[in-house]
Design a binder for this molecule. Structure first.
Ligand code: ADP
Ligand code: MG
Length: 210
């Protein structure tokens, strides 16, 4: 077990992790966070419930300039429920950082309040590929300042047929960015489909415990 305190995190973030009951890193966190904090692209494979959200969430928060209202982080998730869960976890992790704005862009909700939230200013967007594409085509979302792109549950997103949407969204992000891919499984077809989104990625796999 490795303590979060071994990472170069602020005292405030460490205290907040402690208040969430996160003292030791989970295995996927311990294996991925050092590379994430070095700015490397990453493919992380670990089963559901292993703490992948906090791995990329801590990475996102460490890379944020909250004084600047621009979308600097984008997380794509396969479903509305997962996007809501991820946004909830990011907001809990961000309690120690004043004024972090996390905006959820998912289908099945009206566009107008989402557009209003974006106009008000967002630092991190969490969304489903279809709705994020809608906002891009309406020009209500600007991804030109994204520094970190997270593809969460990449296997499920690919299985659900979101590949074209994801590719379009990736094209709207700067070429110079950090890309993190999280997945429960990483079969060859998904590897081939997503290879072009990542630059020289570090790969970590945490085997299921028996
Ligand atoms: P995954 O995305 O891998 O399925 P989650 O990110 O949803 O997993 O995390 C699963 C659960 O583990 C959540 O309830 C979360 O609050 C908890 N968790 C995450 N990291 C830690 C940690 N370091 N210590 C204790 N609990 C944690
Ligand atoms: Mg997850």
């Amino acid at each position: 077990m490795t303590a979060f305190a071994t990472l170069p995190l602020s005292d405030k973030l460490l205290a907040n992790l402690d208040s969430l009951g996160y003292r030791e890193m989970t295995e996927i966190q311990a294996q991925s966070l050092p590379s994430i904090m070095e700015g490397r692209d990453l493919i992380a494979q670990a089963k559901t419930g292993s703490g992948k959200t906090a791995a990329f969430g801590i990475g996102l928060l460490c890379n944020l300039n909250t004084a600047w209202f621009a979308v600097q982080g984008l997380v794509l998730c396969p479903t509305r429920e997962l996007a809501d869960q991820v946004a909830g976890e990011l907001r809990r992790l961000a309690r120690c950082v004043p004024n972090v704005k996390v905006v959820v862009l998912t289908g099945g909700s009206p566009m107008r309040p989402q557009i209003a939230s974006l106009e008000f200013g967002a630092h991190i967007v969490v969304g489903t590929p279809g709705r994020v594409r809608d906002h891009l085509s309406r020009e209500s979302l600007d991804l030109s300042n994204v520094r970190m792109l997270v593809l969460d549950e990449a296997d499920r997103m690919t299985d659900m047929g979101f590949y074209d949407e994801i590719a379009g969204i990736v094209r709207a992000c700067p070429k110079r960015r950090q890309t993190l891919l999280f997945s429960a499984t990483y079969p060859d077809d998904i590897r081939q489909a997503t290879e072009a989104f990542l630059y020289d990625p570090v790969e970590v796999t945490v085997e299921a415990q028996h």
